[in-house]
Design a protein around this ligand. Structure first.
Ligand SMILES: CC(C)(COP(=O)(O)OP(=O)(O)OC[C@H]1O[C@@H](n2cnc3c(N)ncnc32)[C@H](O)[C@@H]1OP(=O)(O)O)[C@@H](O)C(=O)NCCC(=O)NCCS
Length: 231
């Protein structure tokens, strides 16, 4: 068996393997092939940086990657891992990742990330064996989004530098708040307290849970001032 990228196989062959690997999965996967073609296109899936295990030319396992930039650096996001049932417990995912991470690195993609359903202990163990660790936990909800026809939403990419980090979203007040404090990021403001000199202890747990302690303190202060002014 050999590992290779998926640039030379047809998308239909990949989808066939995907559907077999995801049979009986926690979430019922759509069987319409166009769904995957559109979804992967929208997600920037790149088959040059997606990889598979081939047994005598037949695809038996895969890791599908979308490639994009985050904070100016290329990152690979795993949008699907699967191994045909009869090929499982042979370390195939491990072998694909061994090849993939090296190939990605050599091509300038130095970060790799993925999401996995918490119940999927098999997959979590498998990813941990490769070297991944859990950095965030999400709550996922499903439902129908109701949008008025008149609602127009324009989504556009903004350069980090063009954002006015000093305007608070709730009150619109101007203040200087440390906007990012993750150790590897390029923080715009390295201070660990806000202009009013309220000390805020920062931790990676808060960072990964999306809890901006600096902003919380400012909001608390604004609310206290507002209620004091009313009385
Ligand atoms: C999850 C999946 C990709 C694992 O593939 P695999 O080829 O069996 O994985 P590996 O052989 O590389 O397993 C590596 C480790 O994962 C864990 N693991 C894999 N299958 C397991 C199982 N059935 N029970 C317990 N642990 C398991 C083990 O720690 C294993 O190492 P070990 O065999 O040395 O004990 C495969 O089961 C699959 O395709 N499942 C359906 C689709 C899916 O869930 N994809 C992941 C979505 S995020």
């Amino acid at each position: 068996m050999i590992v290779n990228n998926l640039s030379k196989i047809s998308v239909n062959e990949l989808i066939d393997c995907f559907l077999k690997a995801f049979e009986g999965y926690y979430v019922k996967m759509p069987s319409d092939k166009n769904y995957y073609k559109e979804r992967w296109k929208a997600a920037s899936v790149d088959l040059n940086f997606s990889y598979g295990m081939f047994d005598k030319g037949k695809l038996v396992g895969f890791i599908i990657h979308a490639i994009d930039k985050r904070f100016g650096k290329l990152i690979a996001f795993n949008t699907g891992t699967g191994v045909l049932p009869e090929y499982r417990r042979k370390g195939i995912v491990h072998s694909i990742y061994d090849y993939a991470l090296r190939d990605l690195w050599m091509n300038g993609v130095k970060s790799s990330t993925l999401e996995v359903i918490r119940k999927n202990k098999k997959a979590i163990r498998c990813y941990e064996k490769v070297g991944f660790s859990i950095s965030k936990k999400y709550k996922c909800y499903s439902g129908t989004i109701k949008i008025e026809k008149s609602d127009r939403i324009n989504i556009k990419e903004l350069a980090l530098k063009s954002i006015d980090w000093s305007k608070l979203p709730y009150s619109g007040l101007m203040g200087i708040v440390a906007s990012q404090y993750h150790q590897t990021s390029k923080a715009e403001d390295h201070r660990k307290w806000i202009a009013l000199h309220i000390p805020v202890t920062l931790s990676s747990t808060n960072y990964f849970n999306g809890n901006d302690k600096a902003l919380n303190v400012v909001m608390k202060l604004i609310k206290t001032t507002e209620s004091r002014n009313k009385n």
